[in-house]
Design a protein around this ligand. Structure first.
Ligand SMILES: [Zn+2]
Length: 462
């Protein structure tokens, strides 16, 4: 036995000598070295966060020290555009790398029945489309998703591709608990290559930041909660706009503080150097800039200009990129960063390695305030709106392919001076509107009432 062991040692030694004397091994290929350092991805989606309320985007208030420090260590895109002004279609663009007209996860909202009742009919994400979690899971990533809105839940197909996925459907789970849940999962998966998606809903209305964040920007601790009051399409408490903004900004501070805990944890656990952190929003929020509140019904920059920040290995430090990009660029960008095949078709593109800067960035939505007795098809065809941005020139199609307005975002970033529809812009919008449909989503029928309504509308044939 002893001889055998000794012989084995001799053989091993000989092999080592042969290896040592052989031609020097080639340098690791770029791909291999990339995989060694370009290890993990954490995608953080901050619902309803408009870019211009973060200090790193020039906001006059100091709302986001942790996000600012992440931006200083990485790259900030100054002109990132949402593909839709509300949660469901915007997330579908993040998931699929497609524009709304391609994935078609849109909403024929509030369909009125003959009885006068209305039902909200929503499309789900088409689970057959290639998506970020599915592609990264297939590439060997351990995948974890946690969300705080029903529109980012399994009901709408957003759990697809995740090894573990949870969603607080009432949208009221706080950032503190959600960040804790992510850290608990990370503690058990540090040895794996991981992709985590964390969606935080705190910044979305109602604006009610926890103590002490409720009094950071307005001093009265009794005003800890704000909701817009609307009656017959009229906003009753317009003069309380400043309170709304104070509390909205307080929510941003609260979320930022919780992100600091996550960033610290990554550093302490030696994961920061091999983990790409991405911060993005699904859409912004209106505070009466164009007489509207909330989001979802317009395509102005207060709802379309979103933050996009990346920090981690392979990302240029301290860089501000002013190129117009979209949230649909995330999928091809992250896939390429991870060294994975990116040969499927996407409307988005890899924004880390240079691209044709003459790119049109589209967005679209369906109007919410609709006449009664419209079928979903009527709504999709007649009550839509779309916009495109090319360099600083933005054109919005209000509805019916007839009503166009343009803005020069360089001289008029707040879109206060409408210009007649620019002919090139109109062409871009109509070209976008003719985008071939790639996703074929289904209705998310949530309950018997909705199912019956669908049946009544002829969408379900028993
Ligand atoms: Zn949202």
């Amino acid at each position: 036995m002893r001889m055998k062991i000794r012989f084995s040692y001799i053989v091993m030694f000989a092999i080592l000598v042969i290896i040592a004397c052989a031609e020097p091994a080639e340098e690791p290929s770029e791909n291999l070295s990339q995989i060694n350092t370009h290890q993990n991805i954490i995608l953080i989606i901050l619902d309803t966060l408009r870019a211009d309320h973060l200090s790193c985007y020039g906001y006059h208030r100091y709302t986001s020290p942790s996000i600012d420090s992440l931006a200083a260590e990485g790259t900030l895109w100054a002109n990132a555009q949402a593909q839709a002004p509300w949660t469901l279609p915007a997330h579908a663009s993040i998931w699929t790398g497609l524009s709304v007209r391609s994935h078609r996860t849109i909403i024929p909202q509030a369909v009125y029945m003959d009885s006068g009742a209305s039902v909200k009919l929503m499309y789900t994400l088409d689970r057959a489309l290639p998506s970020l979690p599915v592609l990264l899971s297939e590439a060997g990533f351990s995948t974890f998703g946690i969300a705080n809105s029903p529109y980012v839940s399994s009901i709408y197909g957003f759990d697809v591709g995740f090894d573990q996925f949870s969603c607080y459907l009432n949208g009221q789970e706080r950032a503190g608990i959600t960040v804790d849940s992510l850290i608990i999962w990370l503690e058990e998966h540090t040895e794996e290559r991981f992709f985590c998606m964390m969606h935080l809903f705190d910044i979305h209305d109602p604006y009610n930041p926890p103590i002490p964040y409720n009094t950071i920007f307005q001093g009265d601790p009794d005003v800890g909660h704000f909701n817009w009051e609307v009656e017959n399409n009229e906003i009753l408490n317009k003069d309380e706009k400043d309170i709304a903004i104070d509390l909205y900004d307080g929510e941003i501070c609260w979320v930022d503080d919780n992100l600091r805990r996550l960033f610290s944890w990554l550093r302490v656990n030696n994961l920061a150097d091999e983990t790409l952190i991405v911060i993005v929003s699904d859409h912004g929020e209106e505070f009466l800039e164009h007489n509207g509140i909330g989001h979802g019904e317009t395509l102005f920059q207060e709802v379309l200009r979103i933050p996009l920040i990346m920090s981690g290995p392979g990302i240029e430090r301290g860089m501000i990129d002013s190129t117009y990009v979209g949230q649909f660029d995330l999928l091809p960008t992250l896939l390429t960063w991870a060294g994975e095949d990116c040969s499927s078709y996407f409307d988005g593109t890899d924004i880390l390695n240079g691209f044709n800067q003459k790119r049109v960035i589209p967005s679209s939505a369906v109007l919410h305030s609709l006449p009664r007795n419209q079928t979903p098809l009527d709504i999709l065809e007649n009550y839509h709106m779309a916009s495109t941005v090319f360099n600083h020139s933005k054109t919005i199609m209000m509805s019916n392919m007839e009503n166009f307005v343009s803005y020069d975002l360089a001289s008029d970033p707040e879109e206060q001076t409408p210009l007649p529809g620019d002919s090139a812009g109109i062409e871009d919008v109509l070209f976008y509107w003719a985008t071939p449909q790639l996703g074929f989503p289904e209705f998310a029928a949530k309950d018997e009432t909705t199912i019956q309504a669908l049946r009544d509308l002829g969408y379900i044939n028993d």
